[in-house]
Design a protein around this ligand. Structure first.
Ligand code: FRU
Length: 443
């Protein structure tokens, strides 16, 4: 069947442009996913807004519409990224109001206002008035005008906020603020490592098990064969060790955010896209662009690394299964899932579309056909033994989870047909046909 390019498992806008997930939380019995949204332009033009989906079970979603617009002096050029904090019966949303002054400016050292703004909501959809909490003059002197993406949490009887920043001498860092009332914030400290970046976007500090991590999306890292293969990177600092690990080695991943589910799980959702990419997405011609990743549960491996797995709720979407045995070919209908056991070296091919290959300690995801890759070529991940492989393929994307989620590769892909032929050489797997999630729209 011809592929109409509509995702069935991933949240994407009906029209317009999506980037970062924002304000992720569980509030009054429902999960809330806000996102950076340019409803009128699939290219992302015009002032950024926040769109809003909500769901009781992470499978049945409702799009309630555009809930925050760049309509005040302090956010007139964009309601940029931010986070949600549940305070009793009220959801507090913190975001960056982007302002571009008229005149001759470079918008890095002058001409840009980066305001931390608070709105509150009782139902997730209807917003209070906007209150500006921090302005450029409240950031350390050494910061440029690029300071943004507040993430707020409570710990040790205080509220904490991290902001991503670019210093005047072009280094990426994170600013830490604390507050007793969620309204008045004081600068506390700064964190950076010398990683060669000029800007860190979308910081998020959180604990999994016994360990503390700081997720960042650094810009300006040197591109290497196995790391920072994309225009911008995204990963986490292990705050005990100071090491940086990328979240995802595929073509399309950036600006993730985490939140805590009511059962204690730490769930991550990323943007399955990146800004300023050299490759394309053919949905633009149809009026929309980009989607979010599947929600992923984060757990700690016995040796203290983070593992990512698609949330277990998605298993409810599994329908008929078929065996895919090494040496054989199987026809599969998108969307589908594959869970398999891999030999030391293997190749799994979506014939004419994509080749997944493990050779020595190198894993590669390579497009065979440029009409499916749209400029995407090959991405690598380095990993030792790889016993298990899990793939979730939607109509225009694939997420590959290796070794229990030790490495993940996410990519958009655009096969002409929703029927793919899979060929395995070295993987014994079960293939499940998947139902889609349900998304209804109030618009
Ligand atoms: C990351 C980002 C954020 C910013 C938002 C604007 O993709 O650049 O830093 O708040 O997008 O849409």
């Amino acid at each position: 069947m011809k592929n109409d390019l509509r995702q069935m498992l991933h949240l994407e806008p009906q029209k317009g442009w999506l980037n970062d997930p924002n304000g992720l939380c569980f509030f009054k019995g429902e999960y809330h996913v806000y996102f950076q949204y340019a409803p009128e332009s699939a290219q992302g033009n015009g002032g950024k807004c926040w769109g809003h989906w909500k769901s009781a079970d992470l499978l049945h979603w409702r799009f309630t519409g555009t809930v925050l617009f760049p309509d005040s002096p302090d956010d007139r050029n964009g309601v940029y990224s931010g986070s949600g904090f549940v305070n009793g019966d009220t959801l507090y949303l913190f975001y960056t109001g982007n302002v571009k002054e008229e005149g001759d400016h470079d918008y890095t050292t002058s001409g840009r206002g980066a305001n931390v703004i608070l709105v509150t909501t009782k139902d997730g959809h209807n917003m209070s008035g906007k209150k500006t909490l921090l302005r450029n003059c409240d950031y350390p002197d050494y910061c440029s005008c690029h300071v943004r993406d507040p993430k707020v949490w409570e710990e040790d009887g205080k509220y904490h906020m991290v902001l991503g920043a670019r210093t005047l001498d072009d280094k990426g860092c994170v600013l830490y603020y604390t507050s007793k009332d969620l309204v008045n914030w004081e600068f506390e400290q700064e964190k950076r490592i010398s990683d060669g970046s000029y800007m860190w976007e979308c910081p998020d500090e959180f604990v999994v098990g016994t360990k503390r991590f700081l997720s960042i999306s650094p810009q300006g890292l040197k591109h290497e064969k196995y790391t920072s293969q994309n225009v911008y990177s995204s990963g986490y600092l292990d705050l005990d060790k100071g090491t940086y690990t990328e979240w995802d080695c595929g073509f399309d991943f950036y600006a993730p955010q985490t939140f805590k589910a009511p059962d204690g799980r730490r769930i991550l959702i990323g943007w399955e896209g990146i800004g300023d990419i050299p490759y394309t997405n053919p949905t633009v011609a149809l009026g929309w662009q980009h989607c979010l990743t599947l929600p992923r549960e984060l757990t700690l491996s016995p040796d203290g690394r983070l593992l990512q797995q698609p949330i277990r709720e998605l298993q409810a979407l599994r329908k008929e299964s078929a065996k895919l045995t090494s040496g054989e070919t199987l026809k599969a209908q998108l969307p589908f899932e594959i869970t398999g056991t891999a030999q030391a070296e293997f190749t799994l091919e979506f014939i004419d579309v994509l080749r997944l290959k493990k050779s020595g300690s190198e894993f590669s995801l390579e497009f065979i056909n440029d009409s499916a890759g749209c400029g995407r070529t090959v991405r690598y991940a380095q990993l030792g033994q790889c016993e298990d492989i899990r793939i979730i393929a939607d109509k225009t994307s694939v997420e590959v989870y290796l070794n229990g989620g030790e490495k993940v590769l996410s990519s958009r892909m655009y096969p002409d047909s929703t029927e793919l032929s899979l060929r395995s050489d070295g993987v014994d797997a079960v293939e499940y046909k998947l139902d889609g999630i349900e998304v209804i729209s109030d618009e």
